[in-house]
Design a protein around this ligand. Structure first.
Ligand SMILES: [Zn+2]
Length: 369
């Protein structure tokens, strides 16, 4: 299908130390001016495509990544990570999303990677819609012909992935080389960190579907929570409450709610001992006021839904180690990365959904026995 006979080339470039440092600079959600975000994207995005068509699209997409991987030497999970990052930050209005799905554009795309016109055609190219590989090359553009049809089309998945592969191969093929290539493409430490996290998740699990959930506390134990979104809090000035407090006994197990990767771990004066986990949808799950962490868990580690990550405590609201300034509870928050800012949204409806799902499963299992 893909006429890719061109041999990939590799060229080692000197490692840019400042770029490498920025790659890992991190961006804990609580350090950003996270704005309030009232809707739950999952529940408000209109009528989703039927599950089977979604699965088919995912299977086709993975196949495309594997084909491009075979042709270029870039592993499928790296293409998948870039694609997923771009999907997660795409701020599609409901109108354009609806138009896309109804008009079924001339060439429906499998990937969501959008390469801006000045990058694709070359910044000084007078024709910003240029699709001729020769003139694009002349103006230093990014666009190449990966499908073998003689044109370099930014709307063609094969052309986009092939161009991206040729860019990445300039830096080499190790994970570090990949991170540098991504940094050089986005010039954004946060983007580089996300793509590398997603690549690690896809590589580890070997599949695109990393949906799955768990309630953060063991189902059926003594905990209590209600919707506390946006209520005032007593310590730290006029801040709104960005999350849900789950009151529970000191020492109760805290579990990961998702498939994800540990992004933050340590003390924060508000959150106490806290842990932050990034999922494949680019959501940051924040667990605060812990008594302690699961010892073996380190930054960069991969977690699965239901996995123990720590224990309920009352740490925070002071210098490291401060405990007991309030009743023990888990503060759970979710932030969505939109590329430049991270938005907190109310986790309460999701918590209810996950809790109900686990109760349903428990009942089903009991019936079977
Ligand atoms: Zn709280």
């Amino acid at each position: 299908m893909l006429a890719l006979i061109k041999s990939p080339y590799t060229r080692r470039t000197l490692m840019c130390m400042s770029a490498a440092a920025l790659l890992w600079s991190g961006s804990p959600a609580e350090s950003t001016q996270a704005a309030r975000y009232h809707t739950i994207p999952e529940l408000s995005s209109g009528s989703p495509a039927p599950a089977d068509s979604k699965e088919t699209a995912a299977a086709d997409r993975k196949q495309l990544f594997e084909q491009m991987g075979a042709a270029t030497g870039i592993p499928w999970y790296r293409f998948a990570a870039i694609d997923q990052y771009e999907r997660s930050i795409a701020r599609k209005s409901k109108k354009t999303a609806a138009a896309d799905s109804t008009s079924a554009a001339a060439k429906p795309r499998l990937t969501g990677i959008m390469i801006p016109a000045p990058v694709w055609s070359g910044p000084l190219n007078p024709d910003q819609d240029d699709k001729q590989p020769e003139s694009i090359r002349f103006f230093g553009g990014f666009g190449l012909d990966g499908s073998g049809d003689g044109i370099a089309d930014p709307e063609s998945d094969a052309d986009v992935l092939y161009s991206m592969a040729r860019h990445l191969l300039k830096y080499g093929d190790s994970a570090t080389d990949f991170n540098i290539g991504i940094w050089e493409y986005y010039h954004n430490g946060r983007a580089a960190q996300r793509v590398s996290q997603f690549a690690k998740l896809y590589e580890h699990f070997g599949r695109l579907d990393l949906s799955g959930s768990a309630f953060p506390l063991p189902i059926g134990t003594s905990y209590a929570y209600r919707s506390t979104w946006g209520t005032g809090r007593s310590w730290g000035g006029a801040r709104i409450h960005e999350g849900t407090d789950l009151f529970a006994p000191h020492g109760l197990t805290v579990r990961s709610t998702c498939f994800g990767i540990v992004e933050t771990k340590g003390w924060n004066r508000y959150g106490g001992w806290r842990i932050g986990i990034r999922d494949i949808e680019n959501r940051y799950h924040y667990y605060a006021h812990l008594m302690g962490y699961e010892k073996s868990l380190l930054r960069g580690d991969i977690v699965t839904p239901g996995q123990t990550i720590g224990w309920v405590g009352s740490s925070g609201y002071g210098s490291p180690g401060t405990q007991g300034k309030f009743p023990p509870h888990l503060h759970y928050g979710i932030y969505r990365d939109r590329g430049i800012t991270e938005w907190a949204f109310d986790p309460y409806p999701l918590l209810k959904q996950w809790e109900n799902k686990e109760f349903r499963l428990l009942r089903q299992n009991k019936k079977k026995k």
